[in-house]
Unconditional design. Structure first.
Length: 231
């Protein structure tokens, strides 16, 4: 089982109105009528003033809404969106072959791969270390096969860099889960031959473990987590 994209890369390298005076000769009934109407003016004026205030408020609000820009796009990292993944490319690395039988000397997090090299029911076909120009380790890669009730063919990346190797960034989009106290991300696919493929990411102790495992066992990722738990 091969991840063709990775295999090829390793090999090739965002105002008012005035009211006039009333004539003095108006009849008394008319005067009474005028007095009644004048007595209602203060209350009417208050109501009119309040109504005018409401009209003004609504007019200002309408202008503000009209001027508002609702087309703005939320910036990267807005609530609900995962932060962007910082990555590095194959062109930034050099790699050296590694001895699968002594990987624990590189880092104890690799002990589980070393154990596979020694077991009779498993084999480590390839192993190498990738480094940046400053000689810090980016990740260690191993291609393994082991049998435990079923056959498991896996590519393993143990990453020490704070950034993520670009071809591996999709692993972080997998479904979240927990198994025996370890949190993980899992993506399930189907290989060309119809077998299930599990792409697993586990972060533990500041180290990122990636497994690309193909097997007739559709839950092969559990076997990979158990390998880490035995470490």
């Amino acid at each position: 089982m091969k991840d063709q994209r990775l295999d090829e890369q390793f090999k090739e390298y965002f105002a008012g109105v005035d009211i006039p005076e009333l004539p003095n000769n108006i009849v008394s009934d008319a005067k009474k009528s005028v007095k009644r109407r004048e007595s209602t003016l203060p209350r009417f004026a208050k109501i009119a003033s309040i109504a005018a205030s409401f009209v003004l408020v609504f007019a200002v609000a309408a202008v503000l809404i009209a001027r508002a820009d609702f087309s703005a796009v939320a910036p990267d990292g807005a609530a609900g969106d995962p932060p962007p993944v910082s990555t590095y490319e194959i062109s930034e690395l050099r790699y050296d072959e590694a001895n699968a039988y002594t990987l624990s000397k590189v880092d104890n997090s690799l002990k589980f791969i070393e154990n596979l090299a020694y077991k009779s029911n498993s084999e480590v076909k390839d192993a190498y270390i990738t480094r940046f120009a400053d000689e810090t380790t980016a990740f260690v890669y191993a291609e393994v096969t082991f049998i435990s009730g079923a056959r498991y063919d896996a590519e393993i990346f143990v990453e020490y860099a704070a950034e993520t190797f670009d071809p591996l960034k999709g692993y972080q989009d997998g479904a979240a889960g927990t198994y025996r106290g370890l949190s993980y991300r899992l993506t399930k696919e189907i290989a060309d031959n119809g077998e299930p493929v599990n792409k697993l990411l586990v972060e533990r102790g500041g180290v990122k473990y990636y497994f690309n495992v193909q097997s007739s066992d559709e839950n092969s990722y559990l076997k990979c987590i158990e390998l880490l738990l035995q470490n």
